[in-house]
Design a protein. Structure first.
Length: 236
């Protein structure tokens, strides 16, 4: 008789913090780490294909002659997106917006440094400890910053947000703010745990063009996707 498969390893809590947005927990399950926010599973270190696709698809959608395009990553997460971006020499300035100090700490001096240490040491990289929704809504006239690509991964998708306040990011006002923070011809890429035809339509209604969805195939279940859209125009 063949041996029975071993039971999955029980998760071990590495750190738990209470912050302004509720509880955030780092757990270890076997050799992998996972982040839980207010009891909701966000992501783990078991794969990372879709987080890397988030970065690769945005770069591929930019004009080939765009010189050292600037990138905003919304959500540090377990670090796969940042590591992918820093490994690509074509990117210029790389800004990561993360609202949870605990997540930043886990990367700077915790177990997630094994994924992100090299990327954090890259001189192109800057970490902003702030809320993404508030950051993208800051008028360009105030902050003076635009980006060639916005790669957003702060929720399980437009239809499944981690906190109620994030809902507005995927509506007309939030998408309009994202569009204004992009340079002409810039790309918005939004990670999601599943496709959303309604969100694609929302992107078109918000003035984006080239709206499409790329999937990461999985053995079972609904694939992770990246929604892509372009701000019309050409750089001055």
């Amino acid at each position: 008789m063949p041996p029975l498969p071993s039971a999955p390893a029980a998760p071990v809590t590495v750190d738990r913090r209470e912050g302004p947005y509720g509880e955030v927990v780092l757990r270890q399950r076997g050799e992998h780490f996972e982040i839980i926010a207010n009891g909701c599973f966000l992501m783990d270190t078991s794969d990372g294909r879709s987080e890397r696709l988030l970065i690769d698809a945005a770069l591929a959608a930019l004009p080939a002659d765009r010189d050292e395009p600037s990138l905003l990553i919304g959500g540090l997460g377990v670090g796969f997106s940042l590591a992918r971006a820093a490994a690509e020499p074509r990117w210029g300035r790389i800004t990561v917006v993360e609202r949870e100090q605990a997540v930043i700490d886990w990367h700077r001096a915790g177990p997630l440094a094994q994924i992100s240490a090299e990327a954090l040491a890259d001189p192109r990289t800057a970490i902003l400890h702030t809320d993404l929704v508030a950051h993208v809504r800051t008028p360009r006239e105030t902050c003076g910053e635009t980006y060639d690509a916005l790669c957003l991964d702060i929720d399980n998708g437009p239809d499944w947000t981690v906190t109620e306040g994030n809902d507005s990011l995927y509506g007309p006002a939030g998408l309009g703010a994202c569009r204004e923070r992009l340079a002409p011809g810039g790309v918005l890429a939004v990670w999601s745990a599943g496709p959303s035809a309604a969100f694609e339509e929302m992107l078109r209604n918000a003035g984006f063009t080239g709206v499409r969805t790329e999937e990461v195939q999985v053995t079972r279940g609904v694939p992770d996707v990246v929604h892509l859209a372009v701000r019309p125009g050409t750089p001055a």
